[in-house]
Ligand binder design. Structure first.
Ligand code: SF4
Length: 326
């Protein structure tokens, strides 16, 4: 890990609040606190797994880091430069450096464009290369993701889910990014195809020196690809540490509950009883005190009043926001 310890991206106090409008004048009456004060560090060349249930704000955080949304507050530093407050035109160079791969490749690929057209588009938008050069680069991209050259003239609907995700990965690679945000990139795929795509992502990381922010609701998937893991709940990071520590010594009750949900392929294994009940509370009206207190099996009186901060949970790389020690 030591050779990977150069930060490529850092967020501090990052917030993304969406206005909630109501009344006949559609005035903002409240706000949905989708991301609510996130401090996150991603080192160059590593994979940071970002995990949480649906509705915890992890996809919104990914899109905010990619600057598809403008943050409400806080900072985003990419290679030391602040990008959180850049205007559309100023963002152009960073659009090449940070790319996203989405959950549903079919929805994110234009069904009326051929694969050749889809993969050529980033070069056209950024005014790169001649037509011949762009065609050559498209063929190279297809080879990198394990698709035949003949794919160029075919349309997305002619491919399987796994092949479509390979097209999505090829498109993300087109501009030679440094950071790729994989937003539930394998969640829609069958288990056997999932592992093929995960292996492809790992091979590409080795070959191209990529950094990944790997967003998933599934800790089991994240386990196979992550160097470090951040657990998100109701717009905040509640635990972060290296992957081994998070799996072996989880320090936050939410992480512990997520881990017990991972199926163990052992008929003799007796599942632990720690099952998460209820849903993630509304980010429009988050609970006072600890955001997890409405579902936590260890809740105490102070948890309802006092919000815990992210603090050392054993070593300086392992942080948790919980009043208690387990
Ligand atoms: Fe549970 Fe209290 Fe820890 Fe929150 S602070 S996770 S409610 S024990």
């Amino acid at each position: 890990m030591s050779e990977k310890a150069t930060p490529i991206l850092e967020t501090t106090g990052l917030k993304l609040h969406f206005p909630v409008r109501g009344g006949i004048f559609q005035r903002a009456t409240n706000s949905c606190k989708a991301v609510d004060g996130v401090d996150l560090l991603i080192n160059s060349g590593e994979t940071l797994g970002l995990v949480g249930e649906s509705g915890c704000g992890k996809s919104t955080l990914g899109k905010t880091i990619a600057r598809l949304y403008k943050p409400t507050a806080g900072n985003i530093r990419f290679e030391g430069q602040e990008i959180g407050d850049l205007k559309r035109k100023e963002l152009q160079p960073f659009r090449r450096e940070i790319q996203m791969i989405f959950q549903d490749p079919y929805e994110s690929l234009n069904p009326r464009q051929t694969v050749g057209g889809i993969l050529e588009e980033p070069y056209v938008i950024h005014k790169l290369g001649t037509r011949e050069e762009r065609r050559k680069w498209v063929k190279e991209l297809l080879e990198k993701v394990g698709l035949p050259e003949s794919s160029i003239n075919r349309f997305p609907f002619e491919f399987s889910g796994g092949q479509r995700q390979r097209i999505g990965i090829a498109r993300a690679l087109a501009l030679k990014p440094k950071l790729i945000i994989c937003d539930e990139a394998v969640s829609a795929l069958d288990v056997s195809i999932q592992s093929q795509i995960l292996n492809l992502l790992l091979d590409l990381q080795k070959e191209l020196g990529l950094t990944y922010l790997f967003i998933s609701h599934d800790l089991a998937v994240v386990k196979h690809v992550s160097d470090r893991i951040a657990i998100m709940y109701l717009g905040r990071i509640v635990e972060t540490g290296d992957a081994e520590t998070i799996y072996q010594k989880p320090a936050h009750p939410y992480t512990q509950a997520l881990l017990t949900a991972i199926p163990v392929p052992d008929p003799e294994h007796i599942p632990s009883k720690q099952i998460l009940e209820g849903d993630v509370p509304s980010p429009i009206h988050p609970p006072d005190g600890c955001p997890f207190h409405t579902r936590c099996p260890h809740v105490e009186e102070r948890c309802r009043i006092e919000e815990p901060v992210l603090e050392n949970a054993g070593n300086k790389e392992h942080l948790k926001s919980c009043h208690l020690n387990f």
